[in-house]
Design a protein around this ligand. Sequence first.
Ligand code: ZN
Ligand code: ZN
Length: 614
Amino acid sequence: MPFFPPKLSQLSLYTTLLQQCLDSNSLQTGKILHTHILKSGFLSLIFLSNRLIQLYFKCSRVPDARNLFDEMPDRDSFTWNIMISGYVKSRNIEQAREFFDGFVSRNDISWNTMIRGYVEEGNGSRALDLFNRMLLEGQRPTHFSVSSVLRACAGLLWLKCGKQLHCQIYRFGLEGDVFACTSLVDMYCKCREIQYARRVFDRMTERNVVSWNAILTGYSQNSLGDECLGMFIKFLEFGLKPDHVTFAVVLSSTAALANLAHGKQLHGFIVKTQFDSNVFVETALIDVYAKCGSVGDARLIFNMMAERNAVSWSSMIIGYAQNGFGREAICLYKEMSGSGIKPGAITFVGVLMACSHSGLVDEGRRYFEIMRTVHGIEPDKTHYTSMVDLLGRAGYLNEAAELIEHMPLKPDAAIWGALLGACRVHRNLEMGKAAALKVFELEPQNASAHMLLCHIYTECGVWDEAAKMRTKMKNLGIKKDPGCSWIEVGNAVHTFVADDDFHPQIEEINLALKKLIEQIQEAGYVNHLNLTFSCDGIEEGRQSYHSEKLALAFGLISTPSEKAIRIMKNLRVCSDCHSTMKYVSQISGREIIVRDVCRFHHFRDGKCSCGDYW
Ligand code: ZN
Ligand code: ZN
């Protein structure tokens, strides 16, 4: 009579204990249980064996899992799926595929697991092949498989394929599914088809935070910062709660726009929503303040962080470096090393940039060495570019050229461009020509390399070659981006181009600028008219006002005298404008911060933080 109850309770005991082992990864207890179950004869119960196999995979005991599978007299579809997913998770995709192919009654879980496996392995084309076979075999896709394959398309930038999947989503009635549609939005964003992404997004009947984050990331990564911020406002109106990803994305857009007013507003909002103690959000805030030239505010946030990871340290180091505070950047790096946080590749990008922007050659050489020898980080192209820039600018042109020659990676246009830039500074025509040719090989339409070589010819007095260069550029249709500067006054951003006549207050601005130049001429400023090309790509020799000069004059007449003037510029600032800014900072007593395409210049009392080294 008492046959069932004890057996049953023993069985439920095994089940409970096995679940506990799985939850806590206890392999030892699991093995003991395995022996017990075997002795009690319960191993023939498929679901117990399945649990044990799961446990072995989870504890990385793949051979044990395999043995148990081989010994099982009967298996069910769970057994097969556990084997497939176990091999996928232990990164043995070929074995997973063997089990997948050997399993005759595959179900949607088997297909999804296998497809996801390929995607996670970065093998998008096999994922797509398998998905197509799935459709051919009449297996209905679920939002899991569609999302996986869309991720594969996004990774491979296979827009055509992604569009076909878009049709499949309709065909299988998944258009109301939030997961499938979010993956679709993400795919279109990654393939830079932001309008399609937006259309899908607008038609979604249900959206969660992940969907919003996908479209916000799309705008942000496609450099559509204003759209990103606009969408974020819609998101808030919608009544959903943002998460740390939302804030990190929106902050990164703000950083790219260098919009300090927005950054401050967002910061306030983040404090209110209590996300200000999240390490990702805080790190993004550091980046915003640093990119807006407010290094002090960035440091304040850094100091108040309860928890800092390597990225937070690196962001602060890069912030200092970009703003020309090389010594502070290196000081912080030393502090980071002392605090026991391991520096990463990105940390050294900051450290080398700091050395490069501040002309710290010996330190730069040393850090470039120890990143490899002490920290085991192989320098990538960014590190090489910084190093070439550092050596080249300091006049060690041969050492820079040798570094390129011996680097294990194939040098790209940016690295040759850095050497070319240095050749211009030191008027080395021969090496400059060679470096420019390398850039042209890789990027025939590279405008700045053409401009640089043209400058070198001009500055070395080789006029006929300079003229030839200009004809070549015209024939190739190469135009330099028009120079453009912008400045925030009140809550509006005012944009200027060289010799602007669009701004409503342009007459007032021109007048102010004329007066300003007269004033600084009295203080010793000389106009450098000997350059053929200027930073805005227009020929000098006539009175012309570069965009940053116009922005400066506008800033002076329309902001209170105690406020720093912040100007953003899409190209490198020219030496004439640089010198103008220095004089103006002296005679007006105002702090002027210019962010050009490469770095920041903090002008104060007639000096610039870059030490005239840019
Ligand atoms: Zn200029
Ligand atoms: Zn400067």
